[in-house]
Design a protein around this ligand. Structure first.
Ligand code: GTP
Ligand code: MN
Ligand code: MN
Length: 603
């Protein structure tokens, strides 16, 4: 093997010695320091096509179809660990293992794991390169798929190496698919190991991922760094790392508002981030679709930055009717499609892309598929990976190191019952309570049963790098750091409530602009609201429903706070609070729950 140090594009001693150490441990055939160039993209994508991992699409420029191992299709929450020094610091919502034990055990998995493969070293930056304190990472991986995906999803390559000078802090991100290619063994299109570990060492700002090639487990800048490790950095440094989209809205009067919204996986962030408003005169521009880092600006307001440079969006359900801007983005090419179906003429297809499926497809398991096959052609968690810069609605501010000042934060989940279409919180702390008790039905974005209601505080349950009770306190503390009128107003939404006929009560997608408009007019003081035990909801007539064919009774049902449904809900919130434990659950949240209980009893 070539000595990694000889070819390193950096003299940063901690980078070089770590790369040397990992090369010794994992024993790759060679080490490549990635420069993030178009040449590198061409070389690696060509290699992936030759290996059978990728199929080059005929119908989209510079784009590829990819099918994973059928067992490696989603985040693995039961294999995800927060290895803080003390178990108590990981909290009741995370898997924990002692960091020394975890490293000892994983070291044996990594030993020789890259045999027969190339080790890639990727320097990346989460957020704008010109940020006051840019957040760097270096990922080691033995996956070409990961190397090219990181080119889309992060700022990476030479520009980052140039800034990663001696002494600069960076997050160490180690990844192996865990499939050494020993003499005589032939590779598979999607190498991975049955055993998987997605381990985080929050105090050390280190990530060790083993056995999976799937995005959320393997593109370590995303969930592992920008949420789990960053949430801990944010706690220590006084900011927030959140599972949120960022959207710019301009009213017919040309007033600009920036909003952020947190929904659990597969619950509508990417769709809302690329909103095509149906309300006349409004424009929406995209800043981020999955992760937001929130910091106070000199103006005392919370400013949001998107740490990523690409979208890793859920494919099924994305079509010209639901998300035309995502369709335009991928049409421009330069994209990777994982676990969707492949058409006979070299294009991609998934459920919801068009009304009628093609007569023949290759499905995500590489089998022949016809409309009578009886199974979806695309995996429900199939994804497109595409650069944000080519989104037709991207706001110029998306790359602004100062971020954008937030007027409002929306929290929401997927609930068939109980949670109203929109509720305005009564205060920051009441908003934090609503967010802390957020719940949603599970989706295909993580392995496990789909459709089970679970609490998902701030839509961060799978992404918290520390104790959930301390996290709630941190949110409450953030609210004390500036004057109340400068804080974003918190709203709670649910696009997914269903009627007695099991149909969605609200049409959603572009029509959600009507809900955002009401919220922004509430902030400006020009919209009517009615008090409910949960918070303020629009009065009949306060929502602009011009041109929308919905029955007022349906809207009434969507907005209803039903005390009988809340009997069950309160019990579930009690359960959440009980698992957090008295000594770490902020008293403020207990008080908010008691106040809600009282308002419901009086209703
Ligand atoms: P992650 O990227 O996994 O974090 O998820 P996400 O929050 O970005 O989810 P996404 O926007 O991709 O939405 C996934 C699913 O929600 C798709 O099946 C969409 O069709 C559906 N969806 C999104 N917005 C709406 C809406 O307003 N109403 C309804 N009924 N469904 C929606
Ligand atoms: Mn997500
Ligand atoms: Mn998304």
């Amino acid at each position: 093997m070539n000595t990694p140090t000889a070819t390193a594009p950096t003299a940063h001693p901690a980078v070089v010695s770590w790369v040397d150490e990992i090369a010794d441990l994992t024993a790759p055939d060679s080490v490549v320091w990635c420069d993030g160039s178009a040449d590198e993209w061409d070389r690696l994508t060509t290699q992936l096509v030759e290996k059978g991992t990728f199929v080059r699409l005929e119908r989209k420029p510079n784009s590829f179809w990819c099918a994973s191992d059928p067992e490696d299709v989603a985040r693995v929450e039961d294999r995800t660990f927060i290895c803080s020094q003390f178990r108590a610091d990981a909290g009741p919502t995370n898997n924990w293992m002692d960091p020394v034990d975890m490293k000892t055990m994983m070291t044996e998995h990594y030993r020789g794991a890259m045999a027969g493969r190339t080790m890639y070293v990727i320097a990346f930056c989460m957020g704008p390169l010109d940020a006051a304190e840019p957040k760097f990472g270096v990922q080691i991986t033995d996956s070409e798929y990961v190397a090219v995906s990181m080119q889309i999803m992060t700022r990476s390559g030479t520009a980052v190496w140039d800034r990663l000078t001696t002494g600069t802090a960076f997050v160490k991100c180690l990844h192996s698919v865990g499939a050494p290619l020993h003499e005589g063994r032939t590779d598979t299109p999607w190498p991975c190991d049955h055993t998987k570990y997605i381990s985080h060492f929050p105090e050390e700002r280190t990530i060790w991922s083993y056995g999976s090639g799937y995005g959320g487990n393997a593109l370590l800048g995303k969930k592992c760094y920008a949420l789990r490790i960053a949430s801990k950095m944010a706690k220590d440094e006084g900011w927030l790392a959140e599972h949120m989209l960022i959207l710019k809205l301009t009213s017919p009067e040309q007033k600009v508002h920036y909003i952020a919204a947190a929904f659990p996986s597969s619950c509508g962030k990417t769709n809302l981030a690329m909103l095509d408003p149906t309300l006349d005169g409004w424009t929406a521009e995209t800043i981020g679709d999955d992760i937001a880092w929130l910091r106070f600006g000199e103006d005392g307001r919370l400013h949001a930055v998107n740490p990523e440079a690409g979208f890793f969006g859920v494919a099924p359900g994305t079509g010209l009717l639901t998300n035309p801007h995502a369709m335009d983005t991928i049409e421009r090419g330069n994209s990777i499609f994982t676990n969707v179906a492949l058409t006979d003429d070299g294009d991609i297809w998934w459920e919801g892309l068009t009304g009628t499926p093609p007569a023949h497809l290759t499905d995500w398991k590489r089998r022949d598929w016809t409309p009578t096959s009886g199974e979806p052609a695309a995996h429900p968690n199939s994804r497109y990976c595409t650069p944000i810069a080519q989104c037709p609605t991207v706001a110029p501010e998306w790359d602004d190191p100062a971020g954008v000042p937030l007027s409002a934060i929306f929290f929401g989940g997927r609930r068939a019952t109980t949670i109203p279409l929109v509720t305005e919180s009564l205060s920051w702390r009441h908003g934090v309570f609503l967010a802390a008790t957020l719940s949603s039905e599970t989706t295909a974005a993580a392995t496990g049963k789909v459709g089970v209601v679970r609490r998902d505080p701030m839509a961060m349950l799978p992404f918290l790098g520390y104790h959930v009770g301390d996290y709630f306190q941190h949110w409450l503390d953030i609210g004390e750091k500036t004057s109340p009128e400068l804080l974003p107003k918190i709203f709670y939404v649910n696009w997914f409530r269903r009627g007695d006929d099991d149909e969605f009560l609200w049409p959603g997608f572009g029509e959600n602009s009507r809900i955002l408009e009401w919220a922004l007019r509430r902030i400006e003081g020009t919209a009517e609201a009615a008090a409910t035990p949960l918070g303020h909801v629009p009065t009949p007539g306060a929502l602009d429903l011009t041109g929308l064919k919905v029955d007022p009774t349906t809207i009434g049902a969507a907005l209803r706070v039903d005390p009988t449904e809340w009997v069950t809900e309160l019990r579930l919130i009690d359960e959440l609070f009980a698992t957090i434990g008295g000594n770490r659950l902020p008293d403020v949240l207990r008080e908010e729950l008691a106040a809600l209980r009282q308002r419901l009893a009086a209703a």
